[in-house]
Design a binder for this molecule. Structure first.
Ligand code: C5P
Length: 258
């Protein structure tokens, strides 16, 4: 049964009419602020949101998030928090002060941690902010064998669904999952859940360390709202052109879905 019809404090922050470009999140996975600045200069106009992840944030902290705001873009702060509830709670407050639109936490951090994180984000929104907590279900670099080695006797899809349901019950309304799990999460969580899928590759390109990948079209067909793309744009001969082509593919897939 879908959980989406019981929206305790649900806050869907993405317009259902958003265009492909607005749904494209570019991961700024580079090691220096100068490299990030150069990429933002080239690609910023072609994407809806910029993702600052561990590398840049550990290296540069607030300077890395200010860079996103300087270009008038939304900040997806991908810190994948996983700690005791009190520590995560305080970190979520800090992320709200950084002006993040989305902040990731690991769903596997447990119910109390998820509840705290969602509550602090709701508090920030009530105070005029826009922060939404995103629960990361199962990393797209993990497969069934990796889960088994952690003592988890489920395949990634079933585990992702179980984690997402738990996070939903604790007030989280946005989720990171692989494209292969998006359809199952959509079915379980209903239309108001925001589903964000990394592990995106243009047809025929290298998969790198991602084990569960899809094209942008496949992600949209599976029910994804937004896609996260890093290396395919960062390493492209023409990053702006690659971003444009991914956004155009999203537009076509959204059109076909509607
Ligand atoms: O380079 P690529 O497109 O594979 O980058 C994917 C981005 O999405 C990386 O920044 C990675 O940290 C992030 N991510 C992921 N899988 C998740 C959550 C986030 O690959 N489950």
């Amino acid at each position: 049964m879908a959980l989406g019809s019981s929206p305790a404090g649900a806050s869907r922050t993405l317009s259902p009419h958003a265009r492909g470009r607005d749904r494209l999140i570019f991961a700024l996975d580079v090691g220096t602020l100068d490299a990030a600045r150069e990429l933002v200069r080239r690609v910023g106009g072609e994407v809806g949101m910029l993702k600052v992840g561990l590398e840049l944030f550990v290296g540069y902290g607030r300077e890395s998030t200010d860079l996103v705001h300087e270009h008038g873009l939304e900040l997806f702060l991908d810190l994948k928090l996983h700690d005791i509830p009190e520590t995560v709670s305080r970190a979520v407050r800090m992320a709200a002060q950084l002006g993040a639109r989305y902040l990731t936490v690991h769903a596997s951090g447990g119910r109390a941690m998820l509840r705290e994180a969602a509550a602090r984000a709701a508090e920030a929104r009530a105070g005029g902010g826009k922060l939404e907590v995103v629960a990361v279900t199962v990393l797209t670099s993990l497969d069934t064998v990796d889960l088994a080695s952690q003592g988890i006797a489920r395949d990634p899809a079933s585990h992702a669904v179980a984690l997402a349901r738990m996070a939903w019950e604790e007030g989280v309304r946005a989720f990171v999952c692989s494209p292969g799990e998006a359809a199952a999460l959509r079915e379980q969580l209903g239309p108001t859940a925001v589903l964000i899928t990394p592990g995106i590759r243009p047809a025929g390109s290298a998969v790198d360390d991602q084990k569960r990948v899809s094209t942008p079209t496949g992600a949209v067909q599976a029910g994804a709202d937004c896609i996260v793309v890093g290396r395919p744009i960062r390493d492209a001969h023409d990053p702006a052109e690659m971003a444009r082509s991914l956004a155009a593919e999203l537009d076509a897939a959204l059109e076909a879905r509607s």
